[in-house]
Ligand binder design. Structure first.
Ligand SMILES: Nc1ncnc2c1ncn2[C@@H]1O[C@H](COP(=O)(O)OP(=O)(O)OP(=O)(O)O)[C@@H](O)[C@H]1O
Ligand SMILES: O=P(O)(O)OC[C@@]1(O)O[C@H](CO)[C@@H](O)[C@@H]1O
Length: 303
């Protein structure tokens, strides 16, 4: 079984308007509300691809109810720890440019945190846990590290999609895959990554620091997979981009689901790329049909 962990889920409130006029009343043409948070997006793709999975994390208040109900409508199995505070609302503004306003997240009480930690005792050695997204500000930023110790005690595998120091701290624990985007990779080392060669070099540094696979997403420029022995590279397929929110989560889901089933890194990368682009070419998270449409266009080469 694959478990996705979203410590900080959200309602993604998507606003579309041709131009944003700051300091004025802007009338909105189109709005959408989606259940959001990186692990939840991963679960949505895993479910599309029929990989058994369960979504974990914290949900609370009227916003938490919304996310819970939407996941039920989407037939996504979930077991969230109920909290007293409201789950956050993240605003995704699509005007001349895409702007994201992500809230810090609700307060998590000590007993809520403990109830969540206790859930990890049920993990088995053949499980995989996918940790994705930010840590709510009321929890220690080392929280993923604490959770990883619990996963390791149970002998299960895990993937990590987070940034900065939280990501660095998890590397020596040997996550099966980490998925920074090229900007996050550059920020991690305080460098500018203006060539594929440099991206490969810094991907290899994450391998040296302990990751088993490093999948670097590069939006419209495709992606790269670095392993201890290989580096694979693919350009992105062409298509009409509708939405880049969740493309990275979709990519991680495609990789992790396939890897859990096959342990074939290159095939997992192929599915990851297809899922990422399929979401970029959809208004919401991609459907199985869209992923299958994109898959034949993915061309991977050794780099
Ligand atoms: N404009 C695009 N055209 C084609 N493919 C895309 C496009 N944007 C994203 N993708 C695919 O999806 C993958 C993940 O996208 P991206 O690099 O934007 O992830 P991210 O920064 O983690 O995004 P997010 O945090 O919004 O999920 C890319 O590596 C690429 O394969
Ligand atoms: O604030 P975080 O946890 O880093 O990211 C949260 C988020 O931006 O990530 C998803 C897209 O990847 C959205 O559904 C959600 O709003």
């Amino acid at each position: 079984m694959i478990y996705t962990v979203t410590l900080n889920p959200s309602i993604d409130y998507v606003i579309q308007l041709p131009n944003l006029n700051l300091g004025e009343v802007n009338r909105l043409e189109t709005t959408f509300k989606f259940p959001g948070g990186k692990g939840i997006n991963v679960s949505r793709i895993l479910s599309e691809l029929a990989y058994p999975n369960q979504a974990w994390g914290f949900l609370g208040g009227f916003t938490g109810e919304f996310v819970h109900d939407k996941l039920r409508e989407l037939h996504i199995e979930s077991h969230f720890t109920k909290i007293a505070a409201d789950t956050r609302i993240n605003v995704k503004l699509k005007a001349e440019q895409e702007t994201e306003l992500n809230a810090a997240g609700p307060a998590i009480a000590a007993d809520e945190k403990q109830a969540f930690l206790d859930q990890f005792d049920q993990l088995k050695a053949d499980d995989m846990v996918i940790f994705s997204g930010s840590v709510p500000s009321s929890l220690p930023q080392t929280f993923y590290f604490d959770l990883i110790q619990k996963v390791k005690e149970r002998g299960a595998e895990y993937a990590v999609d987070t940034t900065g120091e939280a990501l660095k701290k998890t590397l020596p624990t040997h996550p099966v895959v980490v998925k920074p985007n090229n900007h996050e990779l550059a920020d991690l080392f305080h460098v500018e990554l203006d060539s594929l060669e440099k991206i490969k070099t810094y991907g290899q540094k994450l391998i040296e620091m302990g990751a088993q696979h490093v999948m670097i997403s590069m939006a419209g420029d495709g992606g790269m997979l670095v392993t201890p022995d290989h580096c694979y590279r693919s350009a992105a397929p062409k298509g009409t981009v509708q939405n880049s929110v969740g493309a990275g989560d979709s990519m991680l889901a495609g990789f992790a689901g396939t890897f859990d089933a096959t342990h074939d890194a290159m095939e997992s990368f192929r599915y990851g790329l297809a899922c990422g682009s399929a979401t970029a070419f959809s208004a919401d998270i991609a459907t199985k049909a869209k992923i299958e449409e994109v898959l034949p266009q993915i061309k991977i080469e050794e780099f």
